[in-house]
Design a protein around this ligand. Sequence first.
Ligand SMILES: [Zn+2]
Length: 286
Amino acid sequence: MDFLPQYALLNSRELKKTGKIILFSENESLMAVPDRKEDPLSYLLDRTDSLTRGDNSLYLIGTIREGDREREIYALSLSPGSELPSSWTWVSFSEYFRSLDYKQQFPLSRAKQILNWNRTHRFCGSCGTPTEPQKNEPCRKCPACSEMYYPRFSPAVIVRITRGNQILLAHNVRFTENLYSNIAGFVEAGETLEEAVRREIREEVSLEVENIRYFDSQQWPMPHSLMLAFTADCPRGNPVPDGVEIEDARWFTPDNLPHLPPPGSIARRMIDDHLNSILSVKSSIK
Ligand SMILES: [Zn+2]
């Protein structure tokens, strides 16, 4: 399955019969899924006339290609009290998103961010005039002062800190009990990514790192973060948690790991990558 992002503001008559819809609650905190979820892409709802009637804003967010079949994918948020098709139910978006892999997350991430951006940019931040959505471009223009608003991302860094076989993991005050993960935080205005990595680690656990390398990235639509993942070495020192964001931070070895982040997160992917690299070194020594 390949997903190609596209954009158009549509009315219900423009929907293709073969198209599918991703359905959200009004503030995008909930999404609709069928009661039975065997298919990973089962959150795609067949276009149904009863839902798309009325003056709801519908967005084309892309096309899914499976073999030589193409399907347009639309995003729609329903007003409170709207009835879902029978055997469909509302679930927490962030929980559901975390249960999927990257390919399944991509259309969902885009749908959520397009809806969120349109909902939160209805007025010009500069002069307060209602903005005008454009038909075929993800842009909302202010008719009074010509300010233009595009979907925004908030870049955040996440860094895997290691020392040989050991990995540094921290418990954030917002985490569920016993969950430990990598150090992460938003990039400050004016800062480079590497500076953000160094600053977050200094602030949260009072350590210095070297050899900062790019790992990978992940869109994290809660509501619009772009996670930029790095790895770094920390040759000396023990973590001192800041006591504000970080309650506890420790060096862990592969045989003594805490409760880890869910598989759908880049945090977990980085941790698994570290564990796999230790395993492959061990097996090559044998
Ligand atoms: Zn304006």
